[in-house]
Design a protein around this ligand. Sequence first.
Ligand code: UDP
Ligand code: MG
Length: 140
Amino acid sequence: MATQRTFSIIKPDATARNLTGKINAKFEEQGLRVVAQKRMRLSRLQAREFYIVHKDRPFYDELVEYMVSGPVVVQVLEGDNAVLKNREIMGATDPAKAAPGTIRKEFGVDVGQNSVHGSDSSENAATEIAFFFSGIEIVG
Ligand code: UDP
Ligand code: MG
């Protein structure tokens, strides 16, 4: 598999506990490179739009409020098979079901406050990267 890019968010539960470096170490140790990164506060509108695919799910409003509750770190990660590799490094959505050594197992609080977002396909990765970054902000 050729070099690929994926989109990642270090979520408010993780920034609150000062885990940005420990989470980035997981990416770097397992072959992903942080090629763009910025810390920001999402507006409610940005959070609603970013998670629009989940608008009919019962947890949508709670998810949006959580994502605006504190700073996030939005990132572009690059590496071989980056989309799938990042999903493996993250672990299952519910930290209780995540494999040992994954970010969500080690740091996740619960199924909502699960420390990281990662794109689920290369198509969604491209859309999500473009939502937050311009081309000149991504340096591979
Ligand atoms: N989420 C939640 N309750 C649920 C399922 C998901 O609060 O029952 C939140 C959680 O933060 C999750 C996000 O919604 O990461 C997006 O859900 P998705 O099913 O896309 O999981 P992911 O791709 O993040 O593993
Ligand atoms: Mg998802």
